[in-house]
Design a protein around this ligand. Structure first.
Ligand SMILES: C[S@@+](CC[C@H](N)C(=O)[O-])C[C@H]1O[C@@H](n2cnc3c(N)ncnc32)[C@H](O)[C@@H]1O
Length: 184
């Protein structure tokens, strides 16, 4: 086989494997690595105080755009970005390395298995089922711990909403900041 054909074949196999991996993780996790839109991202960032200290967890980091922005927004905090899907994780980790942000760590791991007891802030854009599971985890593992949670579209039901912003976009996306402990 001529070298050019061999290279084309390798590229094709890699692209197919990458696409297959993204589809497989989307089916497994119930959500694709769809990023938060720039308009919604600006709103989410506006609800995370820049003087935040401690640990900011981004639960499901996708391609890393929001994680990078959070690390820039909160220079005194450590941002931990969790992502299970290999391809978005690799992109997010590479972006983090290139950006040289000392306060950003991208982890390829399941955030449902994470110890979130040290969390100051949680940021997420997930889906109803994952938010229900997250709510159960937080109530079980952080009973009474005051926490700031910023959500895109899907809410942590029963958590006191401190601020809600409807973004002026096509979907009228609702971004909510909850502060405190969940209501029973
Ligand atoms: C809709 S994307 C959001 C991406 C990013 N947070 C943003 O807002 O731009 C949700 C991401 O969460 C990841 N995810 C879902 N469940 C996860 C889990 N249990 N652990 C780690 N990542 C998870 C998915 O792979 C997907 O990339």
């Amino acid at each position: 086989m001529p070298p050019r054909d061999a290279i084309a074949l390798v590229v094709l196999v890699l692209v197919a494997a990458g696409a297959g991996s993204i589809i497989a993780f989307t089916l497994k996790l119930g959500i694709s690595p769809m990023p938060t839109s720039p308009k919604v991202r600006v709103t989410m960032l506006s609800l995370v105080p820049s003087e935040t200290r401690g640990v900011v967890h981004e639960l499901g980091a996708g391609w890393g755009g929001l994680a990078l922005a959070l690390a820039r927004q909160c220079p005194h905090a450590r941002v931990v970005a969790w992502e299970l899907s290999w391809v978005p994780y690799a992109v997010a980790a590479t972006r983090a390395r290139l950006a040289r942000l000392p306060n950003l760590e991208v982890r390829r791991a399941d955030f449902f298995a994470a110890d979130l007891r040290e969390a100051s802030v949680l940021v997420c854009y997930l889906f109803t089922g994952a938010m229900r599971r997250l709510d159960e985890k937080l109530r079980r593992e952080l009973p009474g711990a005051p926490l700031l949670v910023v959500t895109n579209t899907f809410l942590l039901h029963g958590w006191p909403e401190e601020r809600a912003v409807v973004v002026d976009d096509l979907y009228r996306t609702r971004v909510v900041r909850s502060v405190g402990v969940p209501l029973p």
